[in-house]
Design a protein. Structure first.
Length: 206
């Protein structure tokens, strides 16, 4: 089985965003990370992680409490941030190349509390005038919901702990780290599920 077969032609892309607040209409993106996956029969595996740092858009409101949580220092000379339109362009180019190589017709966002990330991503696309977003506009795969089903907990660190995945709270709230841990959690849940391919499902319906 190939990756595109497992998710009905969708390419699952795990994402984590760090932002300057909780309101996607006024708070900016500060970091974007995505983790690509690979199907190595018979398991789904973490493949590669990519991280971009983002310059707040003009007029953005930044909540200082969010910076304390993430530890992001916007004045750090080692922070190589770029305009969000450039970052989204590079991100979407990467996703489209992966879609082509995996023969998928669309990407689907995988995230912990996915509606949060999806809201910020869609708002950034609207703000920058990007029309060709490779992700499904409203469907997503939420690992908080899946973890509640599989492990009885919705917090990422505790869900990882229950799944046997190491989680370092000192590294948490870094987009790259959280994206990789979310990807590992997603893979654990998918691999544990007794998947029946479509042919087998039709056979059982007879």
């Amino acid at each position: 089985m190939h990756l595109n077969e497992r998710f009905r032609g969708y390419l699952p892309v795990v994402m984590d965003l760090e932002t300057g607040g909780f309101d996607h209409t006024v708070n900016p993106l500060l970091e974007i990370a995505c983790t690509l996956l690979d199907w190595q029969e018979p398991h789904l595996r973490v493949h590669t992680t990519h991280v971009w740092q983002v310059t707040p858009f003009a007029g953005a409101i930044i909540d200082p409490a969010s910076l304390r949580v993430t530890g992001i220092d916007l004045t750090d000379p080692q922070r190589h941030a770029q305009d969000e339109k450039l970052v989204l362009g590079d991100f979407f180019k990467l996703v489209r190349a992966e879609m082509k190589s995996r023969q998928c017709h669309r990407a689907i966002l995988v995230a912990h509390n996915a509606s949060f990330d999806q809201g910020f991503l869609n708002a950034a696309c609207a703000r920058t005038g990007i029309k060709r977003n490779p992700f499904h506009p409203f469907s997503s795969l939420d690992t908080a919901t899946l973890a509640a089903l599989a492990y009885g907990h919705t917090v990422l660190s505790e869900a990882c702990h229950r799944a046997g995945i190491a989680f370092d709270n000192q590294q948490a709230h870094s987009a790259g780290y959280d994206s990789e841990r979310t990807a590992q959690l997603f893979c654990e849940i998918v691999n544990a599920w007794p998947y029946l391919p479509p042919a087998a499902t039709r056979e059982t319906d007879k």
